[in-house]
Design a protein around this ligand. Structure first.
Ligand code: GTP
Ligand code: ZN
Length: 342
C-alpha cells in the first residue's frame, strides 16, 4: 500500500498520480519567452547548479512549479541572472518532460520514490569482483530499475586483480548486457578508463554501486582533473566544505565528444546498500530477466511468476534457463511482496 502523507524533502518526487487535462509541461509560458535552456548538474537543499551554455548557473525552483522537483539530469528553462557570477541566483521556470527516470526507494516498503537521475541514457552498474563480495541480487535490482526507467544497463566489474569475473559473466553475459572488467593495474595504466569510456561516449550514464566497489576511483578516472568529486562553484555558493554525498552529481566526460560536439556525462550517485523497488509494478520485474521472459509465453493470464501454475518451472526444468535465475526472480518478487529488501 502506498501512503501519501505529508513529506517535504525537496529531492523526492511524490508518486501521487497527475491530474489529467493539464497544460503540456513542455510549454514555456509567454512571460518566459526569454528563458534559457539548461541541465541540472547538482541539487543541494533547494539550490540547483545548472549548465547554461558553458556557464554554471545557480538557481532555485520558481514557486509556480509547486512540488515538482528538479533532479540531476533534468532539462530546465531558466530566467533571471544567468551570468553565472558569484552570489547570483536564477529561477527555474520549467522542467522538460523526461526521457528516462532512474528511481529508487529506500526499501521496498518506502512509499516515496526518489528520482535519482533524469534523462540518463544508460545505467552503469558497478560491482566489485571481491572486497566487497559481488551481490547478484543487487545487480538484478539495478537491472529492474534500469529497464523500468528506460535506461540501457551496462555492467562494470571492478577489482579483477582480486577475483575473476567468470562466475558473474556466466550469468550476465548471456543476457546481452554490455560489460567491462577492470583491475587496479589497468586503472593505474589508464586502460580501464579508456575501455569504460568507449561505452560512454556521447551518452549520459548514471553510475550506481554498493559502497566501496571503486565507483569514485573509476568516475574520477573518466572526468577532467578539475571536476573530480567536487565543483568549487557549488561550494562557494553553499558554503559547504565538500559536496554532499547524499545526492547525485553530473560530471562531463573527458574526450572529443561525438560529431555534434556533445560530450558524454557521467552521473555519480552515492553508494547504495540496497535498491528499493516499491515503485515498480511486479509485472514489469520480468523484463529484467530476459533469459526467463520467453518462458512466460505459456503462463496463465496475469501470472505473478510466483505461483503453482507458472510456466517458468517447466521452462527451467527443460534446461532453457539456469534454475538459480528463477530463484533470483522469485526471491525478488517475494521480498517486494513482504516489503523487505534483500
Ligand atoms: N584491488 C583493487 N582495489 C580497488 C580497485 N578500484 C578501487 N579500489 C579500492 O577500493 C576502495 C574503494 O574505492 P572507492 O572508489 O572509494 O569506492 P566507492 O565505490 O566510490 O565507495 P563509496 O565512496 O563508499 O561509495 C579504495 O580503497 C580503492 O583504492 C581495483 O580495481 N582493485
Ligand atoms: Zn509465470
Amino acid at each position: 500500500m502506498r501512503r501519501y502523507g505529508k513529506h517535504t524533502d525537496e529531492d523526492d518526487v511524490r508518486v501521487r498520480p497527475q491530474r489529467g487535462g493539464t497544460r503540456p509541461r513542455t510549454s514555456i509560458r509567454p512571460k518566459h519567452e526569454d528563458a534559457a535552456e539548461g541541465m541540472v548538474l547538482t541539487v543541494d537543499r533547494g539550490r540547483l547548479t545548472c549548465l547554461v551554455e558553458d556557464r554554471v548557473v545557480v538557481a532555485m525552483k520558481a514557486r509556480e512549479l509547486g512540488r515538482k522537483a528538479a533532479v540531476v539530469g533534468d532539462r530546465v528553462a531558466l530566467v533571471g541572472d544567468l551570468s553565472g557570477a558569484r552570489d547570483t541566483l536564477a529561477r527555474i521556470v520549467r522542467i522538460a518532460e523526461r526521457t528516462s527516470v532512474l528511481r529508487r526507494t529506500a526499501d521496498d516498503d518506502d512509499p516515496y520514490e526518489r528520482v535519482v537521475v533524469a534523462n540518463a541514457d544508460q545505467l552503469a552498474i558497478v560491482t566489485a569482483l571481491a572486497d566487497p563480495e559481488p551481490r547478484p541480487r543487487l545487480i538484478d535490482r539495478c537491472l529492474v530499475a534500469a529497464y523500468d526507467g528506460g535506461l540501457d544497463p551496462l555492467l562494470v566489474l571492478t577489482k579483477s586483480d582480486l577475483a575473476g569475473p567468470e562466475k558473474l559473466l556466466e550469468t550476465y553475459a548471456p543476457l546481452g548486457v554490455p560489460y567491462v572488467v577492470t583491475s587496479r593495474e589497468e586503472l593505474e595504466r589508464g586502460d580501464a578508463a579508456e575501455r569504460v569510456h568507449a561505452l560512454l561516449d556521447g551518452q549520459v550514464t548514471a553510475f550506481v554501486g554498493h559502497s566501496g566497489v571503486g565507483k569514485t576511483t573509476l568516475v574520477n578516472s573518466l572526468v577532467p582533473k578539475d571536476r573530480r568529486r567536487t565543483t568549487g562553484h557549488v561550494n562557494a555558493v553553499t558554503g559547504r566544505g565538500r559536496h554532499t554525498t547524499t545526492s547525485a552529481l553530473a560530471l562531463p566526460l573527458t574526450g572529443p565528444g561525438d560529431d555534434t560536439g556533445r560530450h558524454g556525462w557521467v552521473v555519480d550517485t552515492p553508494g547504495v546498500r540496497s535498491f528499493g523497488l516499491a515503485h515498480v509494478d511486479p509485472s514489469r520485474v520480468i523484463h529484467a530477466f530476459p533469459d526467463l521472459e520467453p518462458g512466460t509465453a505459456d503462463c496463465p493470464r496475469a501470472c505473478s511468476h510466483d505461483e503453482p501454475d507458472c510456466a517458468l518451472d517447466a521452462w527451467v526444468a527443460e534446461g532453457h534457463a539456469d534454475p538459480a535465475r528463477l530463484y533470483s526472480l522469485r526471491r525478488l518478487l517475494a521480498t517486494r511482496e513482504r516489503h523487505e529488501d534483500d
